[in-house]
Ligand binder design. Structure first.
Ligand SMILES: [Ca+2]
Ligand SMILES: [Ca+2]
Length: 376
């Protein structure tokens, strides 16, 4: 059957309408960067031992400085080097960096997730940048006992391409020191909105950084995130230590597919500023539980809404589960800070080395109709 130009125009219109409803960036971009797991390596002639000799020696990457191509099972002194994904990873020596350019949508927010491990006792940092944004991620706290942690970092694309650079700003005496890097992924972030059912945005933490399907240790939302480029949209982590983003595929999660674990006691804090009306009464409801990750013991989550607080005790057997709590308060200002932290520090009972803590999820803030003084 032939189509008239008018019918074609209608069809295109339908197609355009359809495509404004879908997220074009999702299918194209979410997931590993090209050779983001470094399983494709340099030719033997481009290696001197483990050192990569050519700046384009690793397919799809551009390197600078002393970059090593590390095979899983390789030893360093008496330490066995393990790789989180596949058989290969890279190590960044002092002032070394890796770079890849990707196509993005200008103005859109993106989150990067990558796995890193320290190989020496020294404090280490990684500088992640997509010009003009950059961030320094501290690696001094080891959150997972296997040595690997995954980190998230977010930015807003200023151009229709992004040059993603991970750089080791360290100046160690031992050139064999320096972080191992593997599995670099990107995910488009969609700024969440408040709804009639929740004044808070992203209260269930469903919008967040890419989580690797094959890693079992969640993703760290690094500390000192106070701007709007949070990899956990709408939430800030203004504390000294990270919070952990966990997925229902590997952890017990109270609601939906994602939640946060407060892994560093009072040093790991999540917060969001809510618009409130002075004099109105509000209910801040939330779930407190454990991630089913052998994090056992008496826990307390402290919730704050402006000057009001609620301490929620939770007895964890480390096998999953949660309870719900409500903090009722009367707003005194037009902006109320909502905040959560964990009173205690907890270690996993299966290794006594990994930091862990209570899980917070399903955070909802709503104004309630009845005035406070009429309730008996
Ligand atoms: Ca790999
Ligand atoms: Ca959730």
């Amino acid at each position: 059957m032939s189509t008239t130009p008018r019918m074609q125009a209608v069809n295109i219109g339908v197609l355009l309408l359809f495509c404004t409803l879908c997220n074009p960036a999702l299918a194209v971009l979410d997931g590993l960067l090209s050779n983001g797991n470094f399983e494709l390596g340099p030719k033997a002639s481009e290696l001197n031992g483990t050192e990569v000799l050519k700046h384009n020696g690793i397919p799809d990457w551009e390197i600078s400085g002393f970059v090593e191509y590390i095979k899983s099972g390789q030893t360093q002194g008496d330490m066995l080097l393990v790789v989180p994904e596949g058989a290969y990873a890279v190590r960044l020596g002092n002032e070394a960096s890796i770079k890849q350019r990707v196509s993005v949508i200008k103005g859109m927010y993106y989150s990067l997730t990558f796995s890193a491990a320290r190989t020496c006792a020294q404090e280490e940092k990684l500088n992640v940048s997509v010009a003009p944004d950059s961030g320094v991620l501290p690696m001094q706290t080891l959150y997972s006992s296997n040595g690997w942690d995954s980190y998230a970092w977010a930015y807003q694309a200023e151009y229709d391409y992004s040059e993603i650079v991970i750089h080791n700003p360290g100046v160690e005496e031992d050139p064999a020191c320096g972080p191992l890097i593997d599995s670099i992924a990107i995910k488009a972030l969609y700024p969440p909105k408040a709804t009639s059912k929740n004044i808070l945005k992203n209260g269930g933490f469903e919008e967040g950084p890419y989580v690797f399907p094959n890693t079992t240790w969640g993703v760290l939302i690094p500390p000192n995130i106070e701007d709007d480029h949070s990899p956990l949209p709408a939430w800030m982590v203004p504390s000294l230590k990270a919070v952990k983003y966990i997925d229902s595929e590997h952890f017990s999660v109270p609601q939906g597919r994602r939640a946060v674990e407060l892994v560093a006691g009072k040093e790991s804090v999540i917060t969001q500023i809510a618009r409130t009306t002075p004099g109105k009464t509000y209910h801040l409801s939330f779930a407190v539980g454990d991630a089913s990750n052998s994090c056992e013991g008496s826990m307390i989550v402290e919730a704050f809404a402006g000057r009001d607080t609620l301490k929620v005790p939770y007895e964890s057997k480390g096998k999953g589960g949660f309870k719900r709590a409500v903090l009722r308060f009367v707003a005194t200002t037009t902006r109320t800070q909502i905040m959560f932290l964990s009173t205690f520090y907890t270690m996993r009972s299966d290794d006594f080395a990994s930091l862990c803590g209570p899980v917070v999820d399903d955070v909802k803030l709503l104004s309630v109709r009845y005035p406070r003084n009429k309730v008996v």
